[in-house]
Design a protein. Structure first.
Length: 490
């Protein structure tokens, strides 16, 4: 029988406990540190001392896009985070100027005015900079290699957690506030059920999406190179296949390919480039031809869309909040999860600051407020994903007439974006989570969609002459498909 210890009934120092030490957990800890004397992060893994891989984060090997909305929220919680990323070699990519994107409606123009931006680096660099900055605060500590087995308290109020260490030792840790940010594998529904809390409604949508990624050495002189994306088209009734090149630190490119059920990439190095060449446009495959691979191919299948509607639980327990992937996990292809987690942590900080950690119904108020950024990303993901063949899950349905009308309008908007800066700005304001989805049905936007693009479609990838020369020289490519370059940066 494991030895069970118990902390004093009331810690002398007010304590918050955060379950999970990934990005969502570290930002939640940052959100709470001014409201209590101690923040304890309970993490199942042993965290790396530097920007290295972590066993519990298998998606770390794939491309991660941290949208400007999430960056701004992180800066508000941990001033100096952006500087840490940049000093570690991260790239700041302006959107749409720094993106070569092939959409279902054609090539996007690289307008000179920035509407949003991305921080591009490996997930290890991203997480380490945030964690290092947070742990400089002596009030924040991490309990590693420790699993949370249960919540303590009642259906009315959570009072702490029951943990199990790597040696099997059990311990009860009491707290004034608990946040579950333990990711896709969160046991929050089970923990709440054990306390007698009514189950939350849950939806899921699974495309069977598989990611395959590989890191390459970038061609010499490509510092500041754009993000390259070749998207799938859900309207074809075929599996969705896509690929991207994300410039990261140390002169490297993370190249990620993806395919839905029936069109998945494999873990074979020999298959990697042919898969990228076989997409709707072969640009990514052409660009990596001749490059030196620095890693093998890493595959991940943990990509299901899942949303738990905890905000709809009527008698939500006091002092307990669920954030990050534990609340809603998205198809990673849209790059929204980290930004939603950062926005949610900022909501937590602001409400705790405004009302105090002891305020009645604070946890329920937070849970309802974070449903806003979650719903925005959820609606964007499901609006596309429901059209892919072979979709499974409780959120699956045959697309209705309304779905088809909304989808048709969305593609009309995207077509207009290919030749209109104002529409591009509105579109990226929404997809970067800077503006609500309702932005796209404002009269000005509706009129723009009706009018259509103001410029003709590009006939090829909008790489500048210098970018083409660098890639041709570094990859041994004589010319890209669709040889007419069209307009590039306007």
């Amino acid at each position: 029988m494991p030895h069970l210890t118990h902390t004093p009934a009331r810690p002398a120092r007010r304590r918050a406990i955060v379950i999970g030490g990934s990005l969502a957990g570290t930002l939640a800890a940052a959100a709470l540190r001014e409201a209590v004397e101690e923040v304890l992060i309970v993490e199942n893994d042993e965290l790396p001392t530097g920007p290295g891989p972590r066993r519990g984060l298998p998606q770390a090997s794939h491309a991660h896009m941290f949208w400007s909305t999430g960056v701004h929220a992180t800066e508000a919680l941990l001033p100096g985070a952006t500087g840490r990323w940049m000093s570690a070699g991260a790239n700041r990519i302006p959107i749409p100027t720094g993106m070569v994107g092939f959409t279902p409606e054609g090539w996007l123009r690289r307008w000179s005015a920035e509407t949003a931006f991305l921080i591009a680096c490996s997930r290890g660099v991203l997480d380490h900079a945030v964690r290092d900055l947070l742990l400089a605060d002596p009030a924040v500590t991490v309990l590693q290699r420790t699993r949370v087995d249960a919540l303590t308290g009642t259906a009315d109020r959570v009072t702490g957690v029951r943990t199990r260490g790597a040696d099997g030792r059990e311990e009860v840790l009491e707290a004034d506030f608990v946040v579950d940010a333990s990711g896709r594998g969160s046991r929050a529904p089970r923990h709440l059920e054990d306390l007698g809390v009514k189950p939350a409604p849950e939806r899921s949508l699974d495309l069977g999406l598989t990611y395959a990624s590989r890191i390459f050495r970038a061609p010499e002189g490509t510092t500041g190179f754009p993000l390259v994306v070749v998207q799938s088209d859900p309207r074809t009734a075929r599996p969705g296949q896509s690929a991207s090149i994300l410039p990261i630190e140390d002169g490297q490119w993370i190249v990620t390919t993806a395919g839905t059920r029936g069109g998945e990439p494999t873990a074979s190095s020999e298959d990697f480039e042919p898969f990228a060449r076989g997409l709707r446009h072969p640009l990514v495959g052409e660009m990596i031809s001749g490059l030196e691979p620095l890693t093998g191919v890493t595959v991940s299948r943990s990509t299901r869309n899942v949303r738990r509607y905890f905000e709809n639980v009527r008698n939500w327990p006091e002092r307990y909040v669920v954030l990050g992937d534990a609340l809603a996990a998205f198809n990673p292809i849209y790059g929204h999860a980290m930004s939603v987690a950062a926005q949610s942590a900022l909501v937590l900080r602001d409400l705790v600051s405004a009302h105090g950690i002891d305020a009645p119904r604070l946890a329920r108020r937070v849970q309802k407020a974070v449903a806003g950024p979650v719903a925005a990303a959820w609606d964007l993901a499901l609006g596309h994903d429901v059209f892919y063949p072979g979709v499974q899950g409780s959120g699956h349905r045959t697309p209705t007439l309304k779905d088809k009308l909304v989808s048709g309008y969305t593609y009309r908007l995207l077509n207009t974006c290919c030749g209109s800066f104002s529409m591009t700005r509105d579109f990226f304001d929404v997809t970067s989570l800077q503006a609500p989805l309702t932005t796209l049905v404002r009269p000005r936007v509706l009129l723009g969609a009706l009018r259509g693009p103001l410029r003709p479609p590009l006939t090829g990838p909008p790489l500048t002459p210098d970018e083409r020369a660098l890639v041709h020289r570094g990859c041994g490519v004589r010319e890209f498909a669709d040889r007419a370059p069209g307009e590039t940066v306007v």
